[in-house]
Design a protein around this ligand. Structure first.
Ligand code: NAI
Length: 332
């Protein structure tokens, strides 16, 4: 099969090429993001491979189907950017990579928390300028703090285990509690988690139900001065409300690896351009905000699994075998 692979960076090409050696499939690597204006580049291919910030709405999926493509392989876990109803309507089957190193995301979450709390990013720069003062770097012990995990899937459970190791008291919220997580902390309702947690971390998918899960009202229910961490999907947090929370001091810190308007910004080198996103610009001015550019997944182990799982799905499709990682629209 010939696969049009959108939004590819050199690292994608490296890992997908290595994994494809075991298969007889050929990738066409495209740097462009997939949207209505670039979908034409998929013509002549048998499958499309896309990523988190590609646009897979009804018009793009219709075009994908019209050029005779029946498979969309998402090289990520979240499929919030795919119109699954439209995919079904136009006969495009969708596969994803449901599991790839939950450690990658959980460990990056810890990295963000420790960096923001202990100001390691600022210390790095200060020491390089021969300034060995520690004024302004005062942090707090994680030990003994209450840590709220929203979403106890693969990543949430991994994170709960790690923060338990730090000596945190772990509170968890998930509409679908699972037995494995019960060993790691206490399930409570969302209001209680927000009221009692010193740190709140989002590890749930973005769906119509979870869009702006953390909005002005929920921020007001958080413990004053608590830290919010989002390494899941930007749309889970109302960024403007978070900015107001930071300005008033209700929110004591905000660490994020994802941002609701990240498409076209994250993953790109815009260092020679004027930033057009005023919300992101404002967010970057706060001393107690730490932003990384959707890199939580970015470990060797995760990229190997993403490449291998993607190729296995493509191979199964080419042989008309069962697609174990297929995602279908849930009936509303
Ligand atoms: P998972 O499917 O194993 O777990 C998700 C959990 O969220 C499930 O237990 C589900 O019941 C729960 N959930 C659903 N609705 C909820 C709600 N309203 N409130 C609280 N919990 C809810 O998924 P996994 O692998 O743990 O990944 C979680 C999310 O992390 C993904 O959906 C994706 O958006 C994000 N992610 C981010 C990455 C990054 O690089 N920053 C990389 C990989 C995943």
């Amino acid at each position: 099969m010939k696969i049009a692979c959108f939004s590819t960076k050199p690292y994608d090409e490296q890992f997908l090429s290595a994994a494809s050696e075991k298969f007889e499939h050929e990738f066409v690597f495209l740097e462009h993001r997939l949207d209505a204006s670039t979908v034409v580049l998929a013509e002549g291919c048998d499958a499309v491979c896309a990523f988190v910030n590609d646009t897979l709405d009804a018009s793009v999926l219709q075009r994908v189907s019209e050029v005779g493509i029946g498979l969309l392989a998402m090289r990520c876990a979240g499929v919030n950017n795919v119109d699954l109803d439209a995919a079904a309507k136009f006969g495009v089957r969708v596969v994803r990579v449901p599991r790839y190193s939950p450690y990658a995301v959980a460990e990056h979450t810890i990295g963000l928390i420790l960096t923001l709390n202990r100001k390691i990013h600022k210390a790095y720069n200060r020491v390089r300028e021969n300034n060995f003062s520690i004024d302004g770097f005062l942090g707090f012990d994680l030990h003994g703090r209450t840590f709220g995990v929203i979403g106890t899937g693969a990543i949430g459970r991994t994170l709960a285990g790690i923060v338990g190791g730090f000596g945190c008291r772990v509170l968890m919220y998930d509409p679908y509690p699972n037995d494995e997580a019960k060993k790691l902390g206490e399930y409570v309702d969302l209001d209680r988690l927000l009221a009692e947690s010193d740190l709140v971390s989002l590890q749930c998918p973005l769906t119509p139900d979870t869009y702006h899960l953390i909005d002005a009202e929920r921020l007001s229910k958080m413990k004053r001065g608590a830290m919010l961490v989002n390494t899941s999907r930007g749309g889970l947090v109302d960024t403007s409300a978070a900015i107001e929370g930071l300005k008033s001091g209700q929110l004591g810190g905000f660490a994020l690896d994802v941002y609701e308007e990240e498409s076209g910004v994250f993953f790109e080198d815009l260092s020679q351009q004027v930033m057009q996103d005023d919300v992101l610009s404002r967010l970057m001015t706060f001393p107690n905000v730490l932003i990384t550019s959707h890199q939580a997944f970015f470990t060797r182990e995760a990229l190997e699994t993403i490449a291998e799982t993607t190729l296995q799905s493509i191979d199964a499709f080419s042989r008309d075998e069962e697609l174990v990682n297929e995602v279908v629209a849930t009936p509303s």
